[in-house]
Design a protein around this ligand. Structure first.
Ligand code: ATP
Length: 263
């Protein structure tokens, strides 16, 4: 049986969080706890509130009520509701949106270099002379995302899947404690999807990772603890088998998903 994370060593807590848009509760009394180094998958039907929840964690939007707390390794807690989006990002919460965003006119390697040097600005970073530490860090990231053999090629020449891995690498270069990844496997071939799963699994223990995903085969591959959101609330949490075998989850999500897939 898969080992689920222990309740100690939390990275992120959301408690009693609600968010309404024009009176509609997109997030409704949500409680969510993310462990240090945990790989969590979040699933749920369209409109369940997955994106809104990611928006709340990253400070794109703020909750109407409830708390969002980022627990620091030194024991102190940061109230994310009081911070702006860029401040949350600087604290180490990074987000990867569905569409890849890389510097297509720069090499794969320079994309990583630019991300290492994000505080210097693009031009200064390009004329910056690298240290051995930079080179080591770039090599480390290239190895994780398995693009070492493409390092000197333009990012624009990469396949869709490779661009997604590069963007994950660019975020890893910033050494985030929390990485939020939105449907990483969308539009990928089966082989790319499997490699994406391997990449995300390799981050376990080093970063806390939240993957929002619809593709249940992919969820099965990467699943540790799975959270099912429904109507802005946690409907079920557990291992893949516990969640996939739950009658209510089947009714509100998996059954409906088959319809959507068949359509
Ligand atoms: N800025 C907004 N203004 C108004 N309504 C919004 C806004 N953002 C989200 N919503 C509504 O909140 C609900 C939750 O949306 P959200 O995008 O978070 O769901 P989701 O689970 O990410 O869905 P999907 O799987 O389709 O991406 C939806 O009904 C959506 O229309």
């Amino acid at each position: 049986m898969a080992v689920l994370y222990r309740d100690t060593d939390l990275t992120l807590s959301a408690e009693g969080v609600s968010k309404s848009f024009d009176g509609f509760k997109a997030i409704n009394d949500l409680n969510f706890y993310l462990g240090d180094g945990e790989l969590r998958t979040v699933i749920g039907p369209n409109g369940a509130g997955k994106s809104t929840f990611m928006d709340l964690i990253t400070g794109r939007t703020t909750p109407d009520v409830g708390s969002l707390t980022f627990h620091q390794p030194d024991g102190h807690d940061v109230d994310l509701c009081k911070l702006r989006e860029y401040q949350i990002n600087r604290l180490g919460i990074a987000r990867k949106f569905q569409t890849p965003s890389v510097y297509t006119q720069h090499t794969v390697r320079d994309n990583i270099l630019l991300s290492l040097n994000r505080d210097r600005g693009v031009l200064r970073a390009l004329f910056y002379s690298e240290t051995q530490q930079d080179r080591d860090e770039i090599d480390e990231v290239l190895e994780i995302i398995r693009l070492g053999d493409r390092r000197d090629e333009l990012a624009g020449s990469l396949s869709h899947g490779q661009k997604q891995w590069l963007e994950i690498g660019m975020l890893l270069a910033q050494k985030p404690r929390v990485l939020l990844v939105d449907e990483p496997a969308a539009g990928m071939s089966d082989e790319e999807t499997e490699r994406t799963g391997e990449l995300l699994l390799s981050l376990e223990g080093k970063h806390s990772v939240v993957v929002v995903e619809h593709d249940m085969e992919f969820v099965r591959q990467i699943a540790r603890k799975v959270t099912v959101l429904h109507q802005g609330h946690v409907l079920k949490e557990g291992s893949f088998d516990e969640v996939a075998g739950d009658p209510t989850v089947k009714e509100v999500y998996l059954g409906r998903q088959k319809h959507t897939d068949a359509a």
